[in-house]
Write a protein that binds this ligand. Structure first.
Ligand code: AHR
Length: 508
């Protein structure tokens, strides 16, 4: 059966400019994310710095705009000085977050240079777990001061004449979580974060700072954590962080596909708290949202617990290596659409993570590399989702699932690129059974014509891409799905459980 839905767009109903930083990612010193991930000096594809060119090629293909580093949980026990200077002199350390052995072969200089080569902006986290203001200031001076001081001259001595000029800094990571080394109460975190932020902004008032939000909406302290910590940090920070991961542990796909409704709720709640603190402070600025960890994450969990408990202190073991299914890609697509729907306040988003560790890119040590299923919705939004997000008025059939009611089968948002005179509609059809024909009414786009319909579809919700079979789930161009009725009106048929990118361009 084919169901029907209706999508109306009006050119002037804008949500906001899409910040390219929402197409960000994250690499942590964790598992094979860095070592045997982006960096593998013995690999035949390694460049002169030891980083894999084939992996960097896919990072560029994704158009990753910003990369958060070095953690994650890892940062809360990290001594950044371990990762600078001659590699052979760098100490090996126990990483208590992941119970592995850290060789420090890669540190801030290698990471920042890699970012430059891949075209991504680095986003650094400072350690507010075991360390604090002084270590953060030293790192900032080492990275950003031109010359003539202890730390900047040391960087130059290490071979990096030009400052890295890192603009975005996270004040710790998930400090509300008791798994964090140096976990803090909201009062403790608020105090250390505000004092670190003040000192960092004395060095450079133009850097942008991210205050740590809750690790997840399930935290007992959510959203009081945000209210209390922001009350301390409001004046000196620019963003608050959000983290969210989803899984389909009980195999309930209808419920799993609805999870992005929680993302929507999370974003709205955090915006409300930010605005409440702004009102309380008689403030003038809006705090922006940095959704700096998000993804599907559950496939690898039992394996990782065994690995970390039973066999600790290994160097870059395989950890968190989720192999993503087709249905995971649909959830990722829904989350990306939700981010675009909040383009006015959500200015940074980092898919966690980039390579091997819960990642869109999977490598074999000494071998090949492949695009996981979740690679594609990220790729498409990054390619076609830059511009102005438009608020669609959607009339969609709905369903109820275990945890949600009134879930619209159609999840959608549109982005208009005025410069290129293009309009793109991103749509997920959540229906497990039915194709849906959407009737589109695009006001203000009467002279636009349909150009292409890219779709990610698969009969098997559990289909995966592997190194042996990398193209099991790949997008294709759908032919004959769109009927143009003239004057900005179209009908488009979407297959059941599908990710769709429907592109339009001004006619010449
Ligand atoms: O991305 C994996 C981990 O998830 C990060 O280290 C941590 O911040 C979060 O709990």
């Amino acid at each position: 059966m084919t169901q029907k839905a209706r999508v109306t767009l009006e050119r002037s109903y804008t949500i906001g400019e899409v910040d390219k930083k929402i197409f960000g990612s994250f690499v942590e010193h964790l598992g094979r994310g860095i070592y045997n991930g982006i960096y593998e000096p013995t690999h035949k594809e390694a460049d002169e710095h030891g980083f894999r060119k084939d992996v960097a090629g896919l990072v560029k293909e994704l158009g990753v705009s910003v990369v958060r580093y070095p953690g994650g949980n890892f940062v809360s026990g990290y001594r950044w000085e371990d990762g600078i200077g001659p590699v052979e002199l760098r100490p090996k350390r126990l990483d208590l977050a992941w119970r592995t052995l850290e060789t420090n072969e890669v540190g801030i200089n290698e990471f920042a240079s890699w970012c430059k080569r891949t075209g991504a902006e680095p986003m650094l986290a400072v350690n507010l777990g075991t360390r604090g203001i002084e270590a953060a200031l030293d790192l900032l001076e080492y990275c950003n001061h031109p010359s003539g001081t202890y730390w900047s001259d040391l960087r130059i001595k290490h071979g990096y004449q030009d400052p890295h000029d890192i603009k975005i800094w996270c004040l710790g990571n998930e400090m509300d979580g008791d798994w964090q080394v140096g976990h803090k109460t909201p009062q403790e975190y608020g105090r250390i974060a505000v004092e670190t932020a003040r000192a960092m902004k004395r060095f450079d008032p133009d850097i942008q700072l991210v205050s740590c939000g809750s690790s997840h909406t399930f935290m007992d302290t959510f959203p009081e954590w945000e209210a209390e910590t922001l009350t301390h940090t409001y004046d000196v920070v620019d963003y608050i962080s959000l983290h969210q991961y989803f899984g389909n542990e009980d195999g309930d796909t209808a419920n799993f596909l609805a999870r992005s409704l929680e993302t929507e709720h999370f974003i709205k709640t955090v915006i409300s708290v930010c605005d409440y603190v702004k009102a309380k402070k008689r403030g003038k600025k809006d705090i922006m949202l940095s959704f700096d960890e998000w993804n599907v994450w559950y496939h690898s969990k039992p394996h990782d617990d065994n690995q970390m408990k039973g066999n600790p202190w290994q160097t870059s073991p395989s950890l968190l290596e989720d192999i993503y299914t087709f249905e995971d890609a649909l959830v990722v697509g829904c989350m990306l659409i939700t981010f675009l729907k909040h383009a006015d306040r959500l200015k940074i988003a980092c898919m966690a993570q980039l390579v091997n560790v819960i990642a869109p890119i999977l490598t074999e040590s000494g071998g090949g590399v492949c695009r996981q299923t979740i690679f594609y919705p990220f790729l498409h939004t990054s390619m076609f989702g830059r511009g102005t997000a438009l608020r669609p008025i959607v009339d969609s059939p709905k369903y109820d699932s275990k945890d949600y009611t009134d879930v619209p089968y159609i999840e959608t948002v549109a982005v208009m690129n005025e410069e290129d005179e293009e309009l793109t509609l991103f749509v997920v059809n959540r229906s497990l059974e039915d194709a849906i024909t959407i009737s589109c009414f695009f006001r203000g786009f009467e002279d636009y014509m349909f150009t292409e319909h890219i779709a990610l579809e698969n009969e098997n919700l559990n289909a995966v891409n592997t190194l042996a079979n990398p193209d099991a789930v790949v997008p294709h161009i759908r032919q004959g799905s769109c009927v143009s009725l003239g004057k900005g009106e179209f009908t488009i048929e979407l297959q059941k459980t599908s990710w769709n990118v429907i592109r339009f361009k001004k006619a010449r």
